[in-house]
Design a protein around this ligand. Structure first.
Ligand SMILES: Nc1ncnc2c1ncn2[C@@H]1O[C@H](COP(=O)(O)OP(=O)(O)OP(=O)(O)O)[C@@H](O)[C@H]1O
Ligand SMILES: [Mg+2]
Length: 253
C-alpha cells in the first residue's frame, strides 16, 4: 500500500524548472532510493514533500489525505520527517539538546507554560529527554550526550541529524545524502542503521550518490534527471537501464 503518493509535481524557481511533473508512490515499509546527477531535483522533491517549499503544481497525498502545501511542522506531526543535505547543528548546545531540538513540533505545553515552569512542562521535558536518549542509543551517540556538538567528529554529526529526525517518531523518513562525506566504513554503518530503521517499521526515502549503498539496501530506485523521472524500479533493472546509464555517462556510475 502507498503511504505517500506524489502526482505530477512541478517546481519552477524564477525560470529554473527544478521538477517537471514527477509522479511516484512510496510503498509502506520500503526503502526507496532517489538518485540522479547534481541538480536533478532530488532535494527539491524532499523540500516539497516535507512542506519547506510549495509546488508550482501537482499534488501530494499522505495515507490518502491531500497534504500539498502543508507546513513542515504539520507534516512532522503527521509523521513525515527529513534530514537536510547540509548539516544544521547548534555548535554551542550539547548533543542531547541538539537531538531534542527535533521535538518542538510534538510538545503540547505552550510557550508561556514553559516560561512559567508549569507542572505539565517538567513531565513533558522528561518524556522528551527519555525519547531523545532512546534514539541516541539507537544511532550510537548516547555516550556523547553531554558533549558540545562542536566537538563531534563529522560522522557523528550525521548521526545527530538522523536522531533529531527520529525523535518525532516518523512513519516516513527522508534522508538527503546521509552518507555524503563519510568514509567506506562509516558508509557501511550508515547502511546498517538505515536497514535497522526500516525493520522498525519506518518507510525510508533515501537520496544518495553512493551507488554501493543505494544498490545494496534499496527495494526500488527512482531516477531523476533534469527534473524528470527517467526510471523507477528494482536495483538490477536500474543498473542496466540505458537511459540511466546515459544520464550518468562520465559520472562514474
Ligand atoms: N531555492 C532555489 N532557488 C532557485 N533555484 C533552485 C532552488 N533550489 C533548487 N534550485 C535549482 O533547482 C535545480 C534542482 O536542484 P536540487 O537542489 O533539487 O538538485 P539535487 O538533485 O538535490 O542536486 P545535488 O545532487 O547537487 O544535491 C537546480 O538547478 C538548482 O539550482
Ligand atoms: Mg540535493
Amino acid at each position: 500500500m502507498a503511504i505517500l503518493e506524489v502526482k505530477g509535481l512541478v517546481k519552477n524557481y524564477n525560470g529554473v524548472r527544478a521538477l517537471k511533473g514527477i509522479s511516484f508512490d512510496l510503498e509502506e515499509g520500503e526503502i526507496l532510493g532517489v538518485i540522479g546527477p547534481n541538480g536533478a531535483g532530488k532535494t527539491t522533491l524532499v523540500n516539497l514533500i516535507s512542506g519547506i517549499d510549495k509546488p508550482t503544481s501537482g499534488e501530494i497525498f499522505f495515507r490518502g489525505e491531500r497534504v500539498t502545501g502543508t507546513p513542515p511542522y504539520r507534516m512532522a506531526q503527521k509523521g513525515v520527517a527529513r534530514t537536510f543535505q547540509h548539516i544544521q547543528i547548534f555548535p554551542e548546545m550539547t548533543v542531547l539538546e541538539n537531538v531534542k531540538a527535533g521535538l518542538h513540533t510534538k510538545g503540547r505545553s505552550g510557550f508561556l507554560a514553559c516560561l512559567l515552569h508549569l507542572p505539565g512542562v517538567t513531565k513533558e521535558e522528561d518524556r522528551t529527554t527519555h525519547r531523545a536518549l532512546e534514539v541516541m542509543e539507537l544511532v550510537g551517540i548516547r555516550d556523547k550526550r553531554e558533549w558540545p556538538a562542536a566537538a563531534l567528529p563529522y560522522g557523528d554529526r550525521k548521526k545527530v541529524v538522523i536522531a533529531r529526525a527520529l525523535v518525532s517518531q516518523p512513519q516516513v523518513l527522508m534522508l538527503d545524502e546521509p552518507a555524503g562525506g563519510l568514509n567506506e566504513q562509516e558508509t557501511e554503518e550508515m547502511g546498517e542503521l538505515i536497514q535497522k530503521l526500516k525493520e522498525m517499521g519506518i518507510t525510508i526515502m533515501l537520496i544518495e550518490h553512493d551507488m554501493d549503498l543505494i544498490m545494496g539496501i534499496c527495494h526500488r530506485i527512482l531516477v531523476l534527471h533534469h527534473g524528470e523521472r527517467i526510471a523507477l524500479g528494482p536495483p538490477h533493472r536500474i543498473q542496466e537501464d540505458p537511459q540511466v546509464v546515459q544520464a550518468y555517462l562520465g559520472e562514474g556510475f
